[in-house]
Write a protein that binds this ligand. Structure first.
Ligand SMILES: C[S@@+](CC[C@H](N)C(=O)[O-])C[C@H]1O[C@@H](n2cnc3c(N)ncnc32)[C@H](O)[C@@H]1O
Length: 232
């Protein structure tokens, strides 16, 4: 069953959960989300004096981590959910990073940037929600400079039997926690969207078909999340 929901509904859902997003994210990932984002940014390997795109930036944690690792870089955070963007901008202001981090509305499948605008593109926990993934990859390919890197961090189903079992049990608890702290239906959707996300080799094949070089994947925490990496 395809669980993908139309972009407008998707935007509304993230606007609704925005205020509780960071809390739930930390709780549901048992505090690991921060480490996963840090690792994904390390794999992106941002350089000072270069410009990066964080597509589906949400409340801005990846963009701000990028600036922690490369304080001389610049980052554009893009997201259709305005409530998420407001929180991201407030975080950047609190960290005195507003001059290097710009947050703006936009869609990963229709990037409003000229060709070759970014040295790297990163997207964390967003790609799963995108209905037209081929279009998104074509757009990312277009805005990357030659030799630029794409990093996709995504929740996946672990391949080992033991972890997969634990994952299944945990998945039953997620909507209950979601109900207690935020919008339950959004967290039901979260579980379904992870189950229905293509397995890592399929995403690697998609990257290859989209013209990226050396697509590969790196499982983290036994494959509970996966980092996909490729170059233009
Ligand atoms: C689960 S959140 C992840 C946010 C953030 N990257 C993080 O690490 O916490 C997914 C985000 O992707 C955004 N999103 C969904 N569809 C999108 C699209 N087509 N283009 C860009 N962003 C999208 C949502 O609005 C939401 O803020």
């Amino acid at each position: 069953m395809d669980t993908l929901i139309p972009p407008e509904e998707n935007r509304r859902m993230f606007d609704l959960v925005a205020r509780r997003y960071d809390l739930l994210n930390t709780l549901l990932s048992l505090g690991l989300a921060r480490r996963w984002r840090r690792k994904a940014v390390e794999i992106l390997a941002p350089q000072n004096d270069q410009r990066y795109l964080d597509a589906g930036c949400g409340t801005g944690d990846v963009a701000l981590e990028l600036l922690r690792q490369a304080p001389g870089a610049a980052v554009v955070g893009l997201d259709p959910a305005l409530a998420m963007l407001d929180l991201a901008a407030a975080k950047a202001a609190r960290s005195d990073l507003s001059d290097r981090a710009v947050f703006q509305p936009g869609d990963i499948t229709a990037l409003d940037f000229p060709d070759c605008s970014f040295a790297g593109v990163i997207t964390a926990f967003c790609f799963r929600n995108v209905a037209d993934r081929r279009k998104a990859l074509a757009e990312i390919n277009r805005v990357l400079t030659p030799g630029g890197r794409l990093v996709i961090l995504e929740l996946t189903v672990p391949s080992g039997r033991f972890l997969r079992c634990g994952h299944r049990v945990y998945s039953r608890l997620v909507p209950l926690l979601g109900c207690a702290f935020s919008r339950g239906s959004a967290y039901r959707y979260l579980v379904d969207s992870i189950q229905n996300f293509p397995r890592p080799p399929e995403i690697v094949a998609l990257l290859d078909q989209a013209g990226f070089r050396q697509p590969r994947h790196v499982p983290l925490t036994g494959g509970v999340v996966t980092v996909f990496v490729a170059e233009t």
